[in-house]
Write a protein that binds this ligand. Sequence first.
Ligand code: CMX
Length: 136
Amino acid sequence: MIRKIQHIGVAVQSLSDAIPFYRDVLGLEFLGIEEVAEQKVRTAIFRVGESTIEVLESTSPDGPVGKFLEKNGEGIHHLCLRVDDAAAALARAREKGVRLIDESPRTGVHGMKIGFLHPKSTFGVLTEFAEGEDGP
Ligand code: CMX
């Protein structure tokens, strides 16, 4: 069961350049910065109602966000949906013929269980499932 939009990921060249826009121009609550070494990203998180925006900076040109920036420049990178059971959501997508990036969940920001669907199978939008309590 999908509960809500967990977050929208936005790829930027520089967190320090982008943070003032989200915090000071939009006036969103800034929840802090987290580094996910395995994903080669640093992310600044902003609350938007029951969801968040994760602003993503690459820590390496060969990471997923580094490659995306190289090819597309800055912009929306992925959509994350909160689910009750990430393993079940991935299994259901696989059964329905969707190409998975993650065959089973792994650990993401705030220790949530996460798994990605391939954008070539989801009409161009990299889609993530996330299970667990992260606050907002
Ligand atoms: N949205 C839409 N399409 C994307 C994309 C994105 N974010 N990233 C890559 N693509 C496209 C590429 O442009 C490419 O398209 P073409 O074949 O038309 O050129 C296609 O997907 C496949 O690209 P690829 O070269 O085979 O694969 P990449 O090495 O670029 O990897 C992907 C793409 C999605 C498999 C990889 O980025 C991935 O595994 N992502 C999941 C993890 C992730 O994104 N982590 C960062 C966020 C972490 C977090 O939220 O904590």
